[in-house]
Write a new protein. Structure first.
Ligand SMILES: Nc1ncnc2c1ncn2[C@@H]1O[C@H](COP(=O)(O)OP(=O)(O)O)[C@@H](O)[C@H]1O
Ligand SMILES: [Mg+2]
Ligand SMILES: [Zn+2]
Length: 290
């Protein structure tokens, strides 16, 4: 999951204005049409900065939704650091190639995953792509993956406000909005505010804010220790007039689960952290399905 930017880059530099193909970077070449993917609710998971637990939240939210009878697709659009497959222990799997489509990797009968990681020769190879190339790959992920009929497509995005978010907003049908993940620290909350402004510019509703790593579960007694303070996410939600979906504590077991490739929520049913994830999921469902 560490990104190695030291090794040689595969294509042209995103920051330069031209590349080997001679095309100008970021020149939009006609927008792709809306995808015909069969999905009731598309949910974006966003944050202003990395490391706040976006991917962890995406995995656990998708798992919780599927455990509650929804048919869920999880789309990992973190093209530069796709780590969802590792978190789910499916990094060695590859989507089956069918006549005109790709079969996503099925984690359970109701949870299917597609990730850049499946298409890269190895995840330590950094990918440096221009905007239009990202748009093309996102178009393929929506249109050429055999998702079937989904209730939810949960989309894990890279940190910040870049091409991936723009592309998915242009192409995804039934986009219900974005969930913002933040941590209690002031700087992370500020970043969440930035992400919210970006989403509002796109005319996309903010489904709500989730405060992750909100207090810590003591490994000894299971109580919550107030490590970095709590409540920043809730305050930001209140100040910005967007819903607050709830908080998820920092749980050492969550780190272990991520490293071992099993979603936390499957292993620790009925722990305080599980209940926190479940409550966040229920709040989201209330907003999205009402
Ligand atoms: N609630 C949590 N409790 C404990 N560890 C967490 C929690 N949320 C995230 N982490 C850990 O923090 C690190 C960064 O999380 P990740 O989901 O990759 O962040 P992002 O996708 O925002 O970059 C990972 O090692 C993950 O296991
Ligand atoms: Mg991530
Ligand atoms: Zn304790």
């Amino acid at each position: 999951m560490t990104k190695n930017h030291q090794t040689e880059e595969k294509t042209c530099d995103e920051n330069s204005t031209t590349c080997s193909s001679g095309q100008s970077a970021h020149a939009p070449k006609g927008l792709p049409p809306k995808s015909k993917i069969d999905v009731k609710h598309v949910i974006l998971v966003l944050s202003g900065k990395g490391g706040v637990g976006k991917s962890t939240v995406s995995v656990n939210l998708a798992t919780a939704l599927s455990a509650h009878g929804r048919i869920v697709g999880l789309l990992d659009l973190d093209i530069h650091g796709p780590n969802i497959p590792k978190m789910l222990g499916i990094e060695d799997q590859r989507p089956a190639v069918l006549a005109n489509s790709l079969e996503p990797v099925h984690v359970t009968g109701t949870l299917a995953v597609m990730s850049m990681a499946f298409l890269l020769p190895d995840t330590s190879t950094p990918v440096v792509w221009r905007g239009p190339m990202k748009m093309a790959v996102i178009q393929q992920f929506l249109n050429e993956v055999n998702w079937g009929s989904l209730d939810y497509l949960v989309v894990d995005l890279p940190p910040g406000t870049g091409d991936e978010a723009l592309s998915i907003v242009q192409q995804a049908p039934n986009l219900r909005g974005a969930v913002i993940v933040t941590t209690p620290q002031d700087v992370a909350v500020l970043d969440a505010v930035k992400a919210i402004k970006f989403i509002e510019k796109l005319d996309l509703p903010v489904i709500g804010i989730i405060e992750n790593m909100s207090g810590m579960i003591c490994p000894h007694c299971g109580d919550i220790i107030d490590l970095f303070g709590r409540g920043g996410g809730e305050k930001a939600a209140h100040d910005l007039g967007v819903p607050y979906l709830g908080s998820i504590p920092l749980d050492p077991e969550m780190v272990k689960a991520g490293d071992e490739g099993r979603p936390y929520i499957l292993r620790h049913a009925d722990s305080p952290t599980w209940r926190a994830v479940d409550a966040v999921m229920e709040n989201l469902v209330k907003i999205v399905e009402s």
